[in-house]
Design a protein around this ligand. Structure first.
Ligand code: NAP
Length: 250
């Protein structure tokens, strides 16, 4: 049985990596999708792959750092499918790597606007639509760096810690109104975010930071999100779940 049958979902950052894997899995589980990305080519590729496999997805070009674009995405979901039940706020960037005393101000602003404000803008419009649809479930993609820090990534670490706090607050705000809100914290995952910025030796060293001795893959993150977004997780809200090969257990 498809566990997301008759559900409508918004997935942000769906043109690549983790967002694409989540979109493919949710479509296979019967969800009708509105997928968004700032990368038009990647977004269209994800939508085409879904329809080739018999799923239903529309792509909306949108910048999650802009509140108006989040509203546009939700409006499209309601116009096309008549309801909104699920959202995954996944769009994100890595940002510059510099110690705080040298951190570029524009880099800080950009990371915070996409990785933190983008999650707020998403929920700001998704939640009213979910209330009107009888309830829903939101997953915000944080990171292991939403719980611990790493050198030189001040904006990313601050934004992801913020996502965890924002998730907990939203969960409390709507616990009595049938909207569950949870955060997922991946360890280092093989996606373009990682591979386009780092060489082989660095990737090997990062893999060694995980007790399992390897990097994760996007499909492993998608499986956790699927469970959290499904009715199987009906008593789970305000939680942070890591999917990190043991990284945070150290
Ligand atoms: P990815 O492969 O780079 O995919 C992210 C997608 O989001 C890209 O298509 C990107 O487009 C898009 N995007 C960037 N800025 C956007 C914006 N303003 N509005 C809409 N879309 C935007 O990265 P990923 O690894 O799948 O990351 C997905 C999420 O997982 C992020 O929130 C990331 O922080 C989180 N995460 C990743 C890892 C990891 O190791 N990969 C670990 C923990 C958490 P462009 O390619 O054009 O920028």
């Amino acid at each position: 049985m498809q566990i997301l049958k008759n559900k409508t979902a918004i997935i942000t950052g769906a043109g690549s990596g983790i967002g694409r894997a989540i979109s493919l899995l949710y479509a296979a589980e019967g969800a009708r999708l509105v997928i968004t990305d700032i990368d038009e080519k990647g977004g269209n590729e994800t939508a085409a792959e879904i329809s080739k496999k018999g799923g239903e997805a529309v792509f909306v070009l949108a910048d999650m750092a802009k509140a108006d674009d989040s509203k546009k995405v939700v409006d499209q979901a309601i116009k096309k499918f008549g309801a909104l039940h699920i959202a995954v706020n996944n769009a994100g960037i890595a940002g510059p790597l510099k110690p705080i005393g040298e951190y570029p101000i524009d880099g800080w602003d950009k990371v915070i606007s996409i990785n933190l404000s983008g999650v707020f803008y998403g929920m700001r419009y998704q939640i009213p639509a979910m209330l009107a649809s009888g309830g829903g479930s939101i997953v915000n993609i944080a990171s292991i760096l939403g719980k611990v820090a790493t050198k030189n990534a001040g904006a990313y670490v601050a934004a992801k810690h913020g996502v965890v706090g924002l998730t907990e607050t939203a969960a409390l705000d709507y616990a009595e109104q049938k909207i569950r809100v949870n955060a997922v914290g991946p360890g280092y995952i093989v996606t373009p975010m990682l591979t386009k910025n780092l060489d082989e030796a660095t990737l090997k060293a990062i893999a060694g930071l995980h007790p399992m001795g390897r990097l994760g893959v996007s499909e492993e993150v998608a499986e956790l999100c699927l469970w959290l977004n499904s009715d199987k997780a009906s008593f789970v809200t305000g939680a942070y779940y890591n999917v990190d090969g043991g990284y945070l257990a150290q």
